[in-house]
Design a protein around this ligand. Sequence first.
Ligand SMILES: [Zn+2]
Ligand SMILES: [Zn+2]
Length: 281
Amino acid sequence: MNKKKYIIGILIAVIVIGIAVAAIIKTPLFKKEKTAEEKLLEKPGKTLLYFSPHQDDEMLTEGIDIAVSIENGYDVHVILCTDGSICNVKEKLNNGKHCKSCNTDHNYIVTTEEFIQSRDSEFIGSCLALGVKRENINIEETRMVDGSETVEGTKEIIKKYLELFGKNCTVCAVFPNDPEVQHRDHNALGLAATELKDEGVIKNLYLFEEPYNLEKVSRGDREEPNIYYASDEIMTKLQKAVDEYHKWDSENGRYAVGYHSAGERMENVLSEKALYYHIYE
Ligand SMILES: [Zn+2]
Ligand SMILES: [Zn+2]
């Protein structure tokens, strides 16, 4: 009888100690801090909002992350913040000169409206190629004119989408970098996002650096980005997004604007397969 009590006593002790150890391991003190890559791949919440200054930044700067997030089952929305109307390609299309990219002379009279339309079509095609659902591709109706994006105007756009989808959404935007190098619209987006995070309006924020600016920026106090390398499967989607920017069908208003303006940058993304990211906490 005593022996039986003794065994039961030992068993109870083992169970109690087991529960205690499990509880200690679960405390934050013992929890292993997630790596940057784990944080990138396991974003909080289910809904991700990607803000893009122009038609092409969603591919050049955020494309790998958009494709990976969709692959990982997130509900991905993309929001275009400007009209992309200020671009030297518009002039290139009707200057009658020989175009090296197309190896032909360009004599196309394209109105600003038609030009914006052409860029929007490329943007929509690119988002679809990355895997974004058509209803989740937003050409924001209050978008600003290219080159005049403001911090305040961008904050209003971000707040509008947070109200639509809920405060727990994760916001993804462009990293606010050296303003001497970075396009002012990109800088405005980055500053708007970080200010809203500091104000507690944005709960979760991820920021991406333009790969083509990495060597040019003077970094100052800004931290170096983390790097994530995409799989070949993801890069196949990126290639399809680039193809959208390469589409030429002048009869139907497609003028390969993205490829004329950023063809080399797109080729570099395809060969480097790298995403440059910050987790703004
Ligand atoms: Zn841009
Ligand atoms: Zn051309």
